[in-house]
Design a protein. Structure first.
Length: 675
C-alpha cells in the first residue's frame, strides 16, 4: 500500500481478505460465527476467546465448501449443516470430525444444463433450521425441501416457486468452453426465512424476482411479490420482523442488469401490500441485505456494495454508518444479542460490539451536555480486550472488550476545570473511578494508576474491567504475580458520570461466566480474599512510602544539625534510626527487585507474598482453597507484627529523636498519617 503516489510503500501482512457469502451464529456463550469463503473452506470461528487475541487456533471448517449457507444445530452446535454447489449439503459433527453427504437427490449437477436437473440448486442455496423445531431442516432448490431426520429423508413442501423460464436453464458459457459449475444455475429459491412468531410461516424469494409465503408449513403458498419490483430481480435476502407477525423486509439486487440501485421493500401484512424504503442509499451502494434490530422496532441495518447504512425510522431515511469498518461489499448481517455481525467480500468478518447506543439514540442526545446509555449486562469472561492493531506478520482477530462497556455522549470536550469523571458504584461506595483529569498522583507508581480518559465531543466509550482500583504501589515497583484489583462478584452495581454540573447514572449488571458452574456465595468468598490480599499489597507499599519519607527527613535533619553545629550525636542518632527503619522496610518490600527476573536472585518480601496469593486465588472462578485462606491468615499476622514494630518505632524511637531535635531548636520530623 502506498499513500504518496508510489514514492514509498508499506507492507500489510495482517489484512483479512476472506470473501464470505452469508453469516450466522450459534447459541453458545460466547457464540461462534459461521460462513463460507469463496475459493476456500467453510469456517466456524470464536467471537471471543479467553486469551488476548483470536488466532488461527480458534477456527475450523464445518463441511460444505466455498459457497453455501451454514446452519448450526440449536442446542447442539457441534452438529452443523453446510452447503456447496450442485445441491451438496453435509452434516458435520465436530466431535467425530465426520462429514456426511445428505444431498436430497445425488444427481451429478456439474456439467449439466439446469433444465435437465431434478432439483435446480443455486451456488448459494439456502439452508435453514426451524426456529420452532430444531429437527426441521430446509434446503432450497426451485422447490423447498424439508428433512426431519438430519437428511436421511427429504420431502418437497412447495411447488416450483420460480418463474421456471426454460430459456434461462440451458448450458452456460461457450462457444469454446462451457461454465456449468453451479454458480450460473437460474430460476432457484435464493432466500428463505421463517417467522420467529408463528411456526409454519415461511417466506421464500427467488433469483428471478418472486416472493412467496406459506402460513401452514408449506401446504399452501401465496405469491406476494411486491408490485412494481423489476422483473427478473434477484431476491437476495428476506428479514422477518422480530416485532410484527406479518412484517418482513426484502432486499433485492439488479446489478446483473447494469442497475446498481437499492431495491428494499417492507410489508406489515404478510405481503399483501409493500412500501419501498431505500431512500437515502445512493446509486452504486445497492443493498444485498437488511436486518431489523430485535430490541428497538424500526432500527434497520443495510449491508450494501460500499458499506453499512442505518435507519432509525423503519427505512423512511438512511444514513451511512461506517465507523472503522472498511469500505467493502457487505453480503450479509446478523444480530446476535447486543452485537451486529457483518460478512464482507474481501475483508472477512467484522463485529460491532454493543448496539446499546444505537438502540437508545434520540436526536436530542446530540445537544445534551451529558448522556449515558444503559449498559448491557456484562459477563465475567476471561480474556478479551486485545490490542486494536498487531504488528505484522501477526495474523489475529481483535477480542471484544472484557468488562462493562459504558457508552456516553457529551456535547463538548471536557475542560481541565470541569473534567469528566466516571465512577462505578456499589451503593454509594466507589469501586473504581476514571477521569479525564491528567493530574498524576504524587509518589505513586504510574503503572498502578488508570490512564486518564480522553473523550471527544460526541459518542465515547469506557470499559470497566469489573475490578476494584489497582493497589497503590511505590514508584517503579515490580510485582511478580497479580497487581490488579480483584474482580467484583456478580450483582447489580451502578455507573455515575459527572462533568461540571451535569450528572447521569445508570444501572450496571454483572453476570457470572456461563461456562463455569459456581455459586454466587463462592464467588463472593473469592472476591473477599482477593480484596484482602491486594489490600495487603497496598498496605505494605504504603508503610514503605511512609518509612522512606521519614528516612528522608532523618537524613536531612542529621545533616542540618551538623551544619548548625549542634554536634555529631544528633546525626548519629538519625542514622541509627534510619537503619532500624530500613530493616523493617526490607520485610515489606525488597528494593533489589527492579525487574521481573530479579525475584530469581533476591528473596521476595511480604508484598510479593500477598500478590502471589492473589495470583493463586484468581487463577479460576472458584472458591478459595483452605490452604489459601490459611496462608492469608499467616501472612496477615506477620504484617500485623511488622505494623506493630513500626508503631513502636514511631511512638518510642522517633519520639525520642524529636525530643532531641526540639532541644536543639530544630523542627521535629512529622509522621505521615495513613490515608
Amino acid at each position: 500500500v502506498s499513500f504518496d503516489a508510489g514514492r514509498s510503500w508499506s507492507s500489510i501482512f495482517n489484512q483479512p481478505t476472506g470473501q464470505f457469502y452469508r453469516v450466522i451464529t450459534d447459541d453458545r456463550k460466547p457464540y461462534r460465527v459461521y460462513g463460507a469463503q469463496q475459493d476456500n473452506t467453510t469456517i466456524s470461528i470464536a467471537s471471543r476467546v479467553p486469551g488476548n487475541v483470536i488466532t488461527g487456533n480458534d477456527w475450523y471448517a464445518v463441511g460444505g465448501c466455498e459457497s453455501g449457507w451454514i446452519a448450526p444445530k440449536p442446542k447442539d452446535p457441534d452438529v452443523v449443516f453446510a452447503g456447496c454447489y450442485g445441491g451438496s449439503i453435509t452434516r458435520y459433527d465436530h466431535r467425530t470430525r465426520q462429514d456426511r453427504e445428505i444431498v436430497a437427490w445425488p444427481q451429478l449437477a456439474i456439467g449439466q444444463a439446469p433444465k435437465d436437473l431434478k432439483y435446480r440448486f443455486q451456488w448459494n442455496a439456502p439452508i435453514v433450521i426451524s426456529r420452532h423445531d430444531p429437527n426441521v431442516l430446509w434446503h432450497a432448490s426451485q422447490i423447498l425441501l424439508e428433512s426431519r431426520d438430519e437428511g436421511q429423508t427429504w420431502k418437497e413442501i412447495s411447488p416450483d416457486l420460480t418463474r421456471n423460464d426454460k430459456a434461462k436453464q440451458d448450458y452456460s458459457g461457450g462457444p469454446i468452453t462451457r461454465d456449468n459449475t453451479g454458480v450460473e444455475v437460474y430460476a432457484t429459491i435464493f432466500a428463505v426465512s421463517e417467522s420467529p412468531h408463528e411456526a409454519g410461516t415461511i417466506w421464500a424469494g427467488s433469483d428471478d424476482g418472486l416472493v412467496h409465503i406459506t402460513r401452514d408449513g408449506g401446504r399452501n403458498w401465496s405469491n406476494v411479490t411486491p408490485k412494481g419490483i423489476p422483473d427478473w430481480i434477484q431476491i437476495n435476502a428476506i428479514d422477518v420482523s422480530p416485532h410484527e407477525k406479518g412484517g418482513a423486509t426484502v432486499a433485492a439486487t439488479m446489478y446483473k442488469h447494469d442497475d446498481d440501485r437499492s431495491y428494499i421493500y417492507r410489508t406489515g401484512d404478510y405481503g399483501k401490500t409493500w412500501k419501498r424504503i431505500d431512500s437515502g442509499i445512493p446509486e452504486g451502494a445497492f443493498a444485498r441485505v437488511v436486518r431489523e434490530d430485535p430490541v428497538r422496532p424500526g432500527l434497520l441495518f443495510a449491508g450494501t456494495e460500499t458499506g453499512l447504512y442505518v435507519s432509525f425510522d423503519a427505512g423512511a431515511s438512511w444514513q451511512r454508518f461506517q465507523r472503522n469498518l472498511p469500505v467493502v461489499p457487505i453480503t450479509d448481517l446478523t444480530i446476535k444479542e447486543n452485537d451486529l455481525v457483518v460478512a464482507t467480500q474481501g475483508r472477512a468478518f467484522w463485529i460491532l460490539d454493543d448496539l446499546g447506543s444505537l438502540r437508545g439514540w434520540k436526536p436530542e442526545i446530540a445537544s445534551a451536555k451529558l448522556h449515558v446509555f444503559p449498559p448491557a449486562p456484562a459477563y465475567r469472561w476471561e480474556g478479551g480486550g486485545g490490542p486494536e492493531g498487531l504488528p505484522p506478520p501477526t495474523a489475529a482477530g481483535q477480542n471484544p472488550a472484557n468488562g462493562v462497556v459504558v457508552t456516553y455522549a457529551i456535547q463538548e470536550k471536557p475542560e481541565e476545570k470541569t473534567p469528566l469523571t466516571v465512577e462505578f458504584l456499589d451503593g454509594e461506595t466507589v469501586l473504581r473511578s476514571y477521569s479525564s483529569a491528567k493530574k498524576e498522583k504524587e509518589g505513586a507508581d504510574e503503572e498502578s494508576a488508570d490512564k486518564p480518559l480522553e473523550p471527544k465531543a460526541g459518542v465515547n466509550r469506557v470499559v470497566w474491567d469489573m475490578r476494584l482500583t489497582k493497589p497503590d504501589l511505590l514508584p517503579k515497583a515490580v510485582i511478580w504475580g497479580s497487581s490488579l484489583g480483584p474482580k467484583v462478584a456478580p450483582g447489580t452495581y451502578a455507573v455515575r458520570l459527572k462533568m461540571g454540573d451535569a450528572t447521569a447514572t445508570e444501572k450496571v449488571t454483572i453476570l457470572p461466566n456461563p461456562l463455569v458452574a459456581i455459586s454466587a456465595e463462592d464467588l463472593r468468598a473469592q472476591h473477599a480474599l482477593m480484596k484482602d490480599a491486594m489490600a495487603g499489597v497496598s498496605e505494605c507499599h504504603e508503610a514503605v512510602r511512609q518509612v522512606r519519607e521519614v528516612k528522608g527527613e532523618l537524613k536531612e535533619m542529621g545533616e542540618r544539625a551538623e551544619r548548625l553545629g549542634k554536634g555529631a550525636a544528633l546525626k548519629d542518632q538519625a542514622k541509627a534510626l534510619s537503619e532500624k527503619l530500613t530493616a523493617v522496610e526490607k520485610k515489606l518490600v525488597n528494593p533489589d527487585i527492579q525487574s521481573n527476573q530479579d525475584v530469581l536472585n533476591f528473596t521476595p518480601a511480604m508484598d510479593h507474598e500477598f500478590a502471589g496469593l492473589a495470583n493463586v486465588v484468581s487463577s479460576a472462578d472458584s472458591r478459595p482453597t483452605d490452604a489459601s485462606l490459611a496462608y492469608y491468615k499467616d501472612v496477615r499476622a506477620r504484617l500485623d507484627a511488622v505494623q506493630a514494630e513500626l508503631k513502636a518505632i514511631w511512638d518510642k524511637d522517633l519520639a525520642a529523636f524529636n525530643d532531641a531535635v526540639r532541644k536543639a531548636d530544630i523542627p521535629p520530623v512529622p509522621v505521615m498519617k495513613k490515608p
